[in-house]
Write a protein that binds this ligand. Structure first.
Ligand code: ATP
Ligand code: ZN
Length: 727
């Protein structure tokens, strides 16, 4: 045989029967991690050499083995730890290796020829590395600093606040934790960020090439973090020393950032969940902020959980991972439990910061019993009065409603017609400003009709309310209020609709920070992570829905959301002290006695978590068991369920040893059963043994392929969601 063989990971269609790796030949031996372009069908595709093969591999028809087209060897190959990460993620989340590898690599890499790639790499490497030093080079030389006004001396090195005793203790605990995973549980406004920054500083100082990964749950949190990191660390890492990785970048931007991180040129990496899959030259610390946030779970393609992969990565590399939150996920809380007489402790350490910086108090809870107000009350009179007083005193208010649009449905008063989406088992939502009805599941939009499409009546009215209507209402009620400085009170809405255009969110947030806005209305988007300084009152208008939800995680999510929202209030202790009034969280509810609200009144996360964990233990739910969801989409609900049943039956017949430990539930429709004309069904798998569940899922794979192949023609999709976050 002339040449060498290599096993290459390429992205093959998910449902095809092609195995995990394809074999190609090349004139030289290619080391694992090498990027190549290879022929696949009629196309040329990107591949990653996964393993060398013996040139004499038995049973291979040499002529049938296609040659590698090009080797992209301008960069160092992907390192063994990255290959191991992808390998683990693919196995754990039940996806093809090539698919996960290509998800992790920037998409623009797919189109690079070897020549183009070499040019790009040369450009990145041409940037002098000199600034990536151990000490703040610019500050040392007394030069101007990027974040200071022109000519001003760099104050970055001086700007570091003195840690509170509590922060100091937390920092020490994190340092002494070594390569462990630590949960930093600190109440909102306790100064977790500063602890992360000082920990990062030590890592940067300890070596010339250490890289740090900061994960944040949402793109909208990256600007504030980027500014913070630059302000603090530009003297160490250079004005362009922070790489940013998220889905808002252009393909070329993402490619360049990825490359700079891969080459070790950028020492600080800030990103959303996808950044956990980046290739690092020398990763030395991972920080996961707001670790409880569901946005860390990818919801299509490989459904990985970035926090969990971060923990895995830290363990594999032997580097510390810090998970931060005021309201940790019950998984992380459980995993960081201290040992008791009966039970061993969890695998994570736990560090707690119970006090706010400056001794400010957390928001006090005000419950409005909506049973005492007329049925169609949107904002109860006492709440409106309290808001008025706050904005008159120069404070800001935040009003939370987790439903965007004007109203969830349009209804005909004459015949009862409702604006159902023709493609989904859901209503089209009324969007008044854009004069349309729009389905939030499939995007189907139509103009708002003047007459009922069924009976012709003009008696059409929106039913229920969304953020758009709430904004209108607040504008009517409070927008006419002349404030002390002569301005009229300003109401601003922040949700996915109002921030769709590029830069809109940043502009909105800046308005709030500047104090141009008196009342912010929005969805959960405004509740998390932001360090607003002047908010004195936060109100949740209609949070009860989650109390009745069938998903066992709904209370956990609601509690976290309300605690986080409350945490946006009263963050400036000095300001609040001058103002006199304590920050408040108002909750309008029909269930004022609910234990969730009682725990909220005490701001008692540990108490809430203890009760929830007790219930989960009794019910055999995560974190005491492990789950996977098997989903099928088909034209009819019957076909989707039949597919799942067939697979479950075949698995039962196979009598795998692991099956003893796995509970297989009956197929059921999803809560929103039909989306974009596909009927959706799911089947839950549960086990007290993660290993058994994994073995079961791995064995299930060929059965799924087979059942798919045997199924009648027409739509049939399936997927496996490991550790699903919604049930
Ligand atoms: N040691 C300190 N001295 C003075 N101010 C500080 C100190 N540490 C933090 N702060 C300030 O306190 C405020 C709250 O800190 P930070 O935003 O880090 O809280 P957090 O714990 O991350 O809260 P959340 O969970 O709500 O995001 C910030 O404005 C920060 O600048
Ligand atoms: Zn629809």
């Amino acid at each position: 045989m002339s040449g060498f063989l290599a096993s290459v990971a390429v992205d093959v269609p998910f449902h095809s029967a092609i195995g995990q790796l394809l074999t190609y030949r090349h004139t030289q031996q290619l080391v694992p991690g090498t990027l190549v372009r290879v022929p696949l069908g009629h196309r040329q595709v990107l591949g990653v050499v996964w393993a060398e093969q013996q040139a004499t591999a038995a049973g291979l028809d040499e002529e049938a083995v296609k040659p590698v087209s090009e080797v992209l060897d301008a960069t160092v190959p992907l390192r063994a730890d990255w290959l191991a990460l992808i390998d683990f993620a693919a196995r754990y989340y039940q996806r093809a290796l090539g698919e996960v590898a290509m998800t992790a690599l920037p998409s623009a890499l797919q189109d690079q020829t070897a020549t183009q790639w070499a040019k790009r790499v040369a450009k990145v490497l041409a940037v002098p590395k000199a600034r990536a030093g151990r000490r703040p080079a610019q500050a040392q030389q007394g030069q101007a600093c990027v974040s200071a006004p022109v000519g001003a001396p760099c104050r970055a090195a001086l700007r570091k606040p003195v840690l509170t005793a509590q922060q100091q203790a937390a920092l020490q605990a994190l340092q002494s934790a070594g390569a462990a995973t630590t949960l930093l549980h600190g109440v909102t406004g306790s100064g977790k960020t500063e602890v992360f920054l000082q920990l990062a500083e030590q890592v940067l100082q300890a070596s010339d090439d250490a890289q740090i990964l900061f994960l944040v749950p949402e793109i909208n949190l990256t600007p504030q973090w980027q500014a913070l990191l630059l302000e603090r660390f530009a003297p160490w890492v250079g004005a362009d020393g922070v790489a940013v990785l998220h889905s808002g970048l252009t393909p070329v931007q993402r490619l360049n950032e990825w490359l700079a991180v891969h080459q070790g040129r950028k020492r600080l990496v800030l990103g959303t969940r996808m950044a956990v899959l980046a290739s690092f030259a020398r990763l030395a610390l991972i920080v996961v902020d707001e670790e409880h946030d569901a946005s860390y779970k990818q919801q299509d393609g490989p459904r990985y959980h970035a926090r969990d992969l971060a923990v895995w990565r830290g363990r594999q590399l032997g580097v510390p991972v810090v998970l931060g939150s005021a309201t940790p996920s019950l998984e992380s809380w459980y995993n960081s439990r201290p040992a008791t007489a009966e039970e061993a402790g969890g695998g994570y350490r736990r560090v707690t910061m119970p006090e706010r910086v400056g001794g400010g108090s957390l928001a006090a809870l005000r419950i409005v019993d909506m049973r005492n107000h007329p049925r169609d009350t949107v904002l109860a009179a006492p709440l409106l009065a309290a808001m008025r007083a706050r904005i008159e005193a120069g404070e800001q208010c935040m009003v939370l409603l987790n439903r965007r649009g004007y109203a969830p449905v349009l209804r005909c008063g004459a015949c009862g017609w409702k604006s159902d989406c023709p493609h989904c088992s859901a209503h089209q939502v009324v969007h008044k400003a854009e004069r349309s009805l729009r389905c939030h599941h499939c995007g189907w939009g139509t103009p708002i009709p003047r007459h009922c499409p069924k009976c012709g009546s003009t008696d059409l009215a929106p039913l229920g309310r969304g953020t758009e209507q709430l904004q209108e209402l607040l504008q009517e009620q409070l927008g006419t209020l002349a404030l002390r400085d002569g301005r009229l009170a300003q109401v601003l809405r922040i949700d996915a609709d109002s921030t769709r255009h590029k830069g809109a969110l940043e502009a909105h947030l800046a308005q709030v920070h500047r104090g141009d806005v008196d009342i912010v209305v929005g969805t959960q988007m405004i509740a998390k992570g932001h360090d607003f300084r002047r908010i004195g009152l936060v109100a949740a208008v209609q949070p009860d829905g989650a109390l009745y939800a069938s998903d066992f995680r709904a209370p956990e999510r609601l509690f976290a959301l309300l605690m986080q929202a409350a945490g946006r209030a009263g963050r400036d202790a000095a300001y609040m002290q001058q103002g006199g009034e304590q920050a408040q969280l108002w909750v309008q509810t029909h269930e004022p006695q609910h234990p969730l609200y009682a725990a909220l009144a005490r701001q008692d996360y540990p108490g809430f978590a203890a009760v929830q964990l007790q219930e989960r233990r009794q019910a055999g739910l995560p974190p005491y068991t492990y789950q996977a969801m098997l989903r099928a989409d088909a034209r009819t609900q019957q076909a989707a369920q039949a597919f799942l049943r067939q697979v479950a039956d075949a698995a039962r017949a196979a009598q795998w040893p692991a099956a003893r430990w796995v509970t297989v539930y009956a197929p059921v429709p999803l809560p929103v059963q039909r989306v974009a004309n596909a009927e959706r069904a799911q089947l839950l798998l549960e086990s007290t043994s993660r290993k058994a569940l994994q073995a079961y899922l791995a064995a299930l794979h060929p059965l799924l392929q087979q059942a798919r192949a045997n199924a009648p023609k027409g739509l049939l999709r399936w997927l496996v969601d490991v550790d699903p976050l919604t049930i």
